[in-house]
Design a protein around this ligand. Structure first.
Ligand code: AMP
Ligand code: MN
Ligand code: MN
Ligand code: MN
Length: 283
């Protein structure tokens, strides 16, 4: 038996979506950083989970099945982290297939807008960068950087890919309610990812948490990779008020981003119940 303290990081990405490490590299890095329980939560795909599970067994850490689902709620795009589900479940697989189709159509539209701005072969380049896996705006950002249209990610989103910018494509993802239904059908729990990033007003945030709770949502990411202590404090109050559990995840994508590291997370406030108490393997 190991005497290491449990360190949970329940939000991370690999090369199967827009992360830069393979699942094996990601899991090894997590183990090196002291993570004992890692969830791989690639955007809208389950394709990296088998490799991650094998690597986790080799490193002696616990792999929690995960995915980050793109949803639309009240016309707003949101991210829901699904955890601890059966990855073979057909309802969930149907949801993932649907999301991948939406992504493919969106990528074609983004690419044609970028081509109009003079970017060379954007779809081919993004597909190559995505290794024929799932294409996200992060791949288009890398393509813009490599062709000299932007110096970094920040500029790529600010000048081309962000809302209202020339290559932005407003997308109807799957609605929140059916997304949660499919996730629950697979035995999973739903977590609102990085709740501060949507820049919702207080009243919209309360509406979201109320709807999410009513649909059976379990938790919010109270602790995120680059959240401040004020963010933790305000999300703690909201989680308490809406009787939601707390999750903690770095949203790690890239070792070159020194702001975010696997397992480098504040402690979940003791007044909240952590989501991992609901995992199927929990004591
Ligand atoms: P998508 O899921 O295709 O909309 O791509 C969104 C991904 O792009 C996010 O998960 C982040 O990894 C990345 N991203 C979004 N906005 C920014 C930004 N302003 N700066 C850097 N990366 C971003
Ligand atoms: Mn991402
Ligand atoms: Mn996200
Ligand atoms: Mn993420």
């Amino acid at each position: 038996m190991s005497s290491r303290p449990a360190v949970y990081d329940l939000h991370s990405h690999s090369t199967f979506s827009d992360g830069v490490l393979t699942p094996t590299q990601l899991v090894r890095r997590a183990a090196d950083k002291g993570v004992t329980h890692l969830a791989l939560t690639d955007h809208d795909t389950l394709a990296g989970l088998d490799e991650a599970r094998g690597a986790a067994a080799d490193c002696g850490i616990e792999l929690i099945t995960g995915v980050e689902i793109s949803v639309t709620w009240q016309r707003k795009p949101l991210h829901i982290v699904g955890l601890d589900f059966d990855p073979e479940n057909s309802a969930l697989r149907g949801l993932i297939d649907e999301l991948q189709l939406i992504r493919r159509t969106r990528a074609e539209k983004i690419a044609s807008k970028l081509a109009k701005k003079g970017v060379k072969d954007p779809l081919e380049n993004a597909s190559t960068l995505a290794k024929d896996g799932l294409i996200s705006r992060a791949h288009f950002a890398r393509c813009l950087i490599s062709q000299g249209f932007a110096k970094n990610f920040e500029e790529a989103f600010r000048y081309y890919l962000g809302p209202g910018k020339p290559a932005f494509v407003s997308t109807a993802w799957v609605a929140l309610e059916p997304s949660l239904q499919q996730l629950h059908a697979a035995g999973g729990v739903a977590v609102i990812a990085h709740p501060r990033r949507y820049r919702l007003s207080h009243s919209w945030m309360r509406r979201l948490l109320g709807d999410f709770k009513q649909l059976g949502g379990a938790a919010v990411e109270v602790v995120t990779g680059n959240g401040s202590s004020a963010d933790i404090e305000s999300m703690t109050q909201l989680a308490t008020r809406f009787e939601l559990l707390a999750s903690a995840g770095s949203d790690f994508h890239d070792p070159n981003n020194s702001w975010v590291e696997l397992g480098r997370l504040a402690t979940v406030p003791g007044s909240l119940t952590p989501i991992w108490s609901r995992f199927s393997g929990a004591l």
